[in-house]
Design a protein around this ligand. Structure first.
Ligand code: SAM
Length: 301
């Protein structure tokens, strides 16, 4: 089957015909550039027959790129107008697909009965289960205002995900991929490191989008890792991360005082975890936060 990607003229025409007015609140900036789409798909290492989840398919730019790579896609879109437009757009671009419905979701099926695209109309943050086979990769041009929560939520809820390739604001990409000790290291870096190794793989200029956003974007590749070996729960570790960065300039001893019950208790846990109580959160890697959480739990906090 042949696939044609969306070009600038067609995107505008599609939007006009369907009365789509891109909104900022939903981070609706659509990719007009086939080169960028193919780069995302390439960097995601998508292989034929793989099941991929896409958050925010929009008008279908990236969806078509994923289908071109012969992946099967489950796409979650919050905007019902865009979600309802997607099956017909894809059917026009990919040969041999027919539109059907399975459990209330629009599905595009090929002649061999393979479901190539399933469309879920929902806020991605509300999705706890995905229809069809479990996806192995998240590939998405994420809506900017919810990019980090969507990414972390999907890594938490869908442990079938082995990797993710996401396009986010350049500044968010820096934070996701930042190592401890760097200026941009913070809550997103530490939490992403719980699930994955993250690296920033490319910068994307704003002109590949319509409408043109105010900021540059970047691609981040995240590969699943084993979470730190610890008896503390993920929630306990994340509570330490949140407290450590709540006031960025604070040393860990006062920053963790409320969580630990007192500054002395915080100091004890930090020392037992092998972390300098005078250090700031930006020096501690996710394994360090896990050790601190474990010590706090052991002290009955
Ligand atoms: N994938 C398309 C592309 O690359 O051209 C569109 C990307 S656009 C940056 C983000 C998309 O996410 C929009 O289609 C928007 O409607 C959708 N979206 C925004 N918030 C969402 C949410 N909470 N859950 C699911 N989709 C959302």
């Amino acid at each position: 089957p042949t696939t044609a990607l969306l070009g600038p003229a067609e995107i505008r025409e599609l939007a006009e015909r369907a009365g789509v007015r891109p909104t900022k609140t939903l981070g609706q900036n659509f990719v007009l550039d086939a080169g960028t789409v193919r780069k995302i798909v390439r960097q995601a290492d998508v292989t034929a027959g793989e099941r991929v989840v896409e958050v925010g398919p929009g008008l279908g730019s990236l969806t078509l790129g994923l289908l071109e790579a012969d992946a099967d896609v489950v796409a979650v879109e919050i905007d019902p107008v865009l979600a309802r437009l997607l099956p017909s757009t894809v059917a026009r671009h990919v040969d041999g697909l027919t539109v059907t419905e399975v459990d209330g979701h629009a599905v595009l099926r090929d002649a061999d009965g393979r479901d190539r695209l399933t469309v879920v109309i929902s806020d991605a943050l509300d999705v706890h289960e995905l229809p069809g086979p479990a996806p192995v990769a998240l590939v998405a041009n994420l809506p900017y205002n919810v990019s980090v929560p969507v990414l972390l939520t999907f890594l938490e809820r869908f442990d079938s995900l082995e990797r993710a390739l996401v396009m986010v604001q350049a500044e968010v990409a820096d934070r996701l991929a930042a190592p401890p000790g760097s200026r941009t290291y913070g809550v997103p870096s530490a939490k992403a490191a719980w699930y994955t190794h993250a690296r920033r793989t490319a910068t994307v200029g704003r002109t590949v989008f319509w409408p043109v956003p105010n900021v540059d974007s970047a691609l981040v590749r995240l590969d699943r890792r084993e979470p730190p070996a610890t008896t503390a729960s993920r929630q306990e570790v994340f509570a330490v991360v949140d407290a450590a960065f709540a006031q960025r300039r604070k040393m860990l001893r006062p920053a963790l005082a409320t969580l630990a019950g007192s500054a002395d208790a915080a100091e004890q846990a930090l020392r037992a975890a092998g972390v300098d109580p005078q250090a700031r959160g930006e020096r501690v890697d996710i394994d360090g936060f896990a050790r601190i959480a474990e010590q706090l739990a052991a002290a009955g906090v």
